[in-house]
Design a binder for this molecule. Structure first.
Ligand code: NAD
Ligand code: WQD
Length: 338
């Protein structure tokens, strides 16, 4: 079966394409390379030993998208393509609403017009905001996200619920917690663009000597060591969850399906703990300084992952130490490319 993967040269998309190919699916990728690079294409082929079709264009170009559906017998879509910088979305909200919502709507229109089903959407734990109770369950009340980025995810979820209901479609909404790590081959990973905002890329660049020190944003949170706690999920485990979600949709005989799954490990890890695990895993030193809290940050978020385990037989398998080791291979590979 042919699966359309939008944003398939990106961080999570590229790992998922490897898993899809390994599970016998054929893949068509649409990616405009706005946040990825062409060498990832060759690396996916090298790592998977399989070929796929690639179209380099912006999904907002509706006519080009239509031609892809015309040319291929698409059996489902995993929609990763989106802009994802929380900070930038506050500066340029229209860029985010336009890209993240128009691309989704264009795809859904093709699905409606061509009577296709099986649509998987990359959502985020950002839709929960600071939840009152841990672990966070899928039916935990959502809060209006603070960032325009987060709002595009919440709006995307609402659009998809209406889509599934009105047109009898099968949809899976996957709420990722904090994806980390790289492919064990060292050939796929998160591409650094400028100064990293996310914790693990920043730790990696600090350990590699590219940054002087890590700023830890606050040690006065009400947590055991005072630093904020998140649920860091290894990207290959996350990629496997997409295959599980797709297989579940394909096996389901009903229509009007809306699956919603948290994808995390179910365990919370503090910023300081992450630094310590990173140092031990890679035998490196990560200098850090304690700084003021970062505006908009929450204290604590980790997932209740029982639903994903029960309903699609998926759970994270990789230890934090193993996951963090892979970032070092990826950084070493990037160093050789420069
Ligand atoms: P990424 O930026 O690495 O990948 C996204 C890919 O989509 C990029 O290759 C980019 O070039 C492409 N793209 C963006 N807009 C496009 C357009 N209009 N047309 C064609 N291609 C386009 O991001 P990622 O980390 O792999 O995230 C994938 C998805 O998961 C996104 O929807 C993101 O919001 C969501 N998500 C990510 C995280 C995270 O921390 N990485 C957490 C939760 C949810
Ligand atoms: C993790 C922790 C920081 C960098 C973001 C998005 C969210 C989702 C995942 C897409 C926090 C601390 C970080 C640093 C630090 N993305 N930190 N020094 O904020 O949980 O979530 O990515 O959907 O929407 O907001 O992830 O990796 O930025 O931060 O101390 O240099 O590390 O304060 O406690 P976050 P993160």
């Amino acid at each position: 079966m042919m699966i359309l993967v939008t944003g398939g040269l990106g961080y999570i998309g590229s790992h998922t394409v490897v898993e899809l190919l390994g599970n016998g699916f054929e893949v068509v990728i649409v990616d405009d390379l706005s946040n990825s690079e062409k060498f990832i294409l060759e690396n996916i082929e090298e790592v998977s030993g399989k070929k796929f079709t690639f179209y380099p264009f912006d999904l907002k170009k509706k006519e080009l998208l239509s031609q892809v559906f015309q040319a291929h017998n698409i059996g489902g879509c995993i929609h990763f393509a989106a802009h994802k910088s929380v900070g930038e979305s506050q500066e340029m909200p229209l860029k985010y609403y336009e890209n993240n919502l128009f691309t989704l709507i264009h795809l859904l229109q093709e699905f409606k017009d061509r009577e296709l089903s099986n649509f998987i959407f990359s959502s985020s734990c950002t839709v929960y905001g600071q939840a009152e109770h841990m672990p966070i369950k899928e039916d935990t009340p959502l809060k209006v996200p603070k960032s325009a980025y987060g709002k595009t995810k919440q709006m995307g979820e609402e659009i998809l619920k209406d889509f599934a209901r009105a047109y009898d479609k099968k949809v899976s909404i996957l709420r990722y917690f904090n994806p980390i790590g790289a492919h064990p081959s060292g050939k796929l990973g998160e591409l650094p663009v400028g100064i990293p905002n996310n914790l693990v890329p920043y730790i990696t660049q600090t350990a590699a000597g590219l940054r002087e020190f890590l700023s830890i944003w606050g040690n006065d949170y009400p947590t055991p060591d005072g630093t904020a706690i998140r649920d860091y999920i290894y990207v290959v485990d996350l990629a496997k969850a997409h295959v599980a979600a797709l297989k579940k949709l394909l096996a389901c005989e009903e229509n009007k399906v809306i699956d919603i799954f948290n994808l995390g490990t179910g365990r919370g890890v503090s910023v300081l703990e992450m630094v310590k695990i990173y140092e031990k895993a890679n035998n490196v030193n990560v200098p850090y300084r304690i700084c003021e809290r970062r505006s908009g940050d929450i204290t604590l978020a980790y997932a209740d992952v029982r639903k994903a385990q029960k309903e699609m037989g998926w759970r994270s398998e990789t230890t934090m130490e193993e996951a963090l080791k892979t970032t070092w291979n990826w950084q070493s590979y990037l160093n050789t490319k420069d």
